[in-house]
Write a protein that binds this ligand. Structure first.
Ligand code: PGA
Length: 256
């Protein structure tokens, strides 16, 4: 299976800075066929970057979009407007769930809208620190997974990527901790079990599952060798070109 290395730039970089970064990464990276390198800049940068990109080397993801295709939704950008510009969209990131109050219903509509517009959703799920402390991790993972996929037709499920991002491990969270490879392995196993129980074994084996949360150059190799992990979703470290490239090269090394 392919390996996915996804850089989530969040609310960083002007359009000019994003373009310079992309220029440098395209110059630096060879074409690694079995590693899909993806960057997710601000919405405003997607259109110009789509003209600059070499999709054999790097693909674009949206960090968000709206679930209706058009209409009276002031300030929104739809997946249909992004169709053709991006290959992926990050959906249900914990910053959107907890800062912008997106619930599983909205996440589900966005996942369906992405698929409808031929954009592969990267559905983010993960428990908070207190949910873990209260022993609720399995329930949260099950609810967010089944909730987030609830509007996807069975035939389309193999167009979905899942990203496990424990909220307590994301570098921007107040007291971020580093998840151990064993902790990641346990939840990734659970994710595949929930998918197997709900949608069947075939899909559970096929669906790519990424890990995200304080991934950096020194721990990327360990996460990439966790059984069942097919790639990484990287925030902070993806903003530093040398670190991002180092992680991509680690992926190439440990997974080929
Ligand atoms: P981080 O962010 O790598 O900075 O922890 C990951 C994410 O929020 O997707």
């Amino acid at each position: 299976m392919k390996t996915y290395i996804v850089g989530n730039w969040k609310l960083n970089f002007t359009v000019g800075e994003a373009s310079i970064y992309l220029h440098k990464i395209l110059k630096t990276l060879p074409n690694y066929r079995d590693v899909d390198v993806v960057v997710a800049p601000s919405l405003i940068a997607l259109q110009p970057l789509s003209l600059q990109i070499d999709r054999h080397k790097v693909k674009l993801a949206a960090q968000n979009a709206f679930y209706r295709d058009y209409g009276a939704f002031t300030g929104e950008v739809s997946f249909s407007q992004l169709r053709g510009l991006v290959d992926y969209a990050i959906i249900g990131h914990s910053e959107r769930r907890y800062i912008l109050r997106e619930d599983d219903k909205m996440v589900a509509k966005k996942v369906a809208a992405a698929i409808r517009n031929r954009i592969t959703p990267i559905l983010c799920i993960g428990e908070t620190e207190s949910e873990r402390a209260f022993g609720e991790t399995a329930d949260v993972i099950r609810d967010q997974l089944i909730g987030g996929l609830s509007e996807v037709a069975d035939d389309d499920l193999d167009n979905v990527i899942i990203a496990y991002e424990p909220v307590w491990a994301i570098s921007s969270s107040k007291s971020a901790k580093i998840a151990t490879p064993d902790e990641v392995a346990e939840v990734v196993k659970l994710i595949r079990k929930v998918i197997a129980d709900t949608y069947g074994k075939d899909l559970a084996e096929k669906v790519p599952v990424l890990f995200g949360g304080s991934v950096n150059t020194s721990n990327a190799g360990a996460y990439l060798t966790v059984p069942g992990v097919n790639g990484l979703l990287i925030g902070g470290a993806s903003l530093i070109l040398s670190e991002f490239v180092d992680i991509i090269e680690t992926a190439k090394r440990v997974r080929s």
